[in-house]
Design a protein around this ligand. Structure first.
Ligand SMILES: *Cc1c(COP(=O)(O)O)cnc(C)c1O
Length: 355
């Protein structure tokens, strides 16, 4: 840290992304990316002609991309916001809607919420999940704070029924309730259908998980027109060109080829069920996941030891050190072949350690 950094940020603890080691080839089951490449049409669209236009600024309003998303979700273009990954939107939302008197989110959830709260000097009410890692909607009813809920949640994968989500939205009419649906395409139920009913509902989704575009950075929000206007105001006050030319194009092309991504999501769901069953046969506890990852622990081997042993064998999973979840690992669901390999290596590790 230099002596020039504003004291506002001297104690800020930044978000730590999952490792992206460049030293050797791993089976990467640690950052919830899709194991599948973008569809062929996306690859073809990002051609020499389009790349040659990188000297020109992109459309700051992302008009065509918004229109495509609006059509896909049966809303108006004015209900859609796009940004440089959904992290960009979370940032804008905390900036715009969380006030000093506070915001609220779960103790075990996406790690970025805490960082944004700290970044903007906002008191965070951290609400523990129940012992079984489910979220109790009642804990959030009428609390009168900006609320962020990941549904399905990360890193647990557990999905809350939409009726529970609705209770939270309905009982906090004077505050924005942000539902982070990064994983909704793997079996969750989206809150998008509620946006006309609740002007305080902000639904956030991403192209990073089910749409194979993590490296291109594209996220979107769907909400009441007024909320979208707020987000546009913040965006045009920070970085009007936050979604680059090639990403806008790739996004449109992705939406046009939804069938390919639906098929991939189906395959991932099938591999998730396969992996869950195999781990359970090995004595693991696996939380009920509606995401493209599972959260699992064994009482034979510690979370850290399993993580390290798998890494030695070329398989990366995500291990968190927080007390409540340190015996777990979060395992991204890759292709069926990758998951067979993961299961085989896990079996070998247990065998070699005589567990
Ligand atoms: C991955 C993830 C994000 C961030 O996605 P990007 O669009 O890549 O920024 C947001 N929320 C949750 C819960 C996630 O797991």
């Amino acid at each position: 840290m230099s002596k020039f950094l504003s004291p506002l940020y001297s104690s800020l603890v930044e978000y730590v992304p999952g490792e992206q080691p460049q030293d050797k080839k791993y089976i990467k089951l640690n950052t919830n990316e899709s194991p599948f490449p973008p569809c062929r049409q996306v690859l073809e669209a990002l051609n020499e002609k389009e790349t040659a236009r990188l000297n020109l600024y992109c459309d700051p309003e992302s008009k065509m991309l918004k229109e495509a998303l609006a059509k896909q979700y049966g809303v108006k273009k004015e209900n859609v916001f796009v940004a440089n990954g959904s992290d960009d939107i979370l940032n804008f939302a905390f900036m715009a809607y969380a006030r000093e008197d506070g915001c609220a989110f779960a103790d075990i959830t996406y790690g970025f919420y805490k960082v944004f709260a700290q970044l903007y000097g906002i008191n965070a009410q951290i609400i523990p999940l129940k012992a079984d890692f489910t979220l109790s909607a009642d804990d959030y009813c009428g609390i009168n704070k900006f609320i962020a809920i990941a549904n399905p949640n990360a890193p647990t994968g557990i999905c809350l029924p939409l009726a529970e989500i609705e209770k939270v939205i309905e009982s906090n009419p004077d505050n924005v309730v942000l539902i982070d649906e990064a994983y909704v395409d793997f079996g969750g139920e989206s809150a998008i259908k509620l946006i006309d009913k609740y002007p305080n509902l902000l639904v956030v989704q991403t192209f990073s998980k089910s749409r194979s575009m993590a490296g291109a950075r594209l996220g979107f929000a769907i909400a009441n027109e007024q909320l979208i206007k707020d987000l546009e105001k913040i965006k045009f006050s920070t970085n009007p060109y936050n979604v680059n030319r090639l990403t806008q194009l790739a996004g449109i092309c992705t939406i046009e080829n939804q069938a390919y991504y639906d098929k991939n999501a189906k395959e991932i769901i099938a591999s998730r069920e396969f992996t869950t069953k195999k781990l359970e046969e090995l004595g693991f506890t696996v939380l009920d996941s509606k995401a493209n990852f599972i959260f699992a622990k064994s009482d034979k081997i510690s979370g850290e030891e399993l993580y390290l042993s798998l890494k030695e064998r070329g398989i990366l999973v995500r291990h968190f050190t927080a007390e409540r979840i340190k015996e777990f690992n979060r395992i991204t669901i890759g292709t069926l072949q990758q998951m067979e390999c993961f299961i085989k290596e896990t079996e070998n590790i247990l065998k070699e350690k005589n567990l």
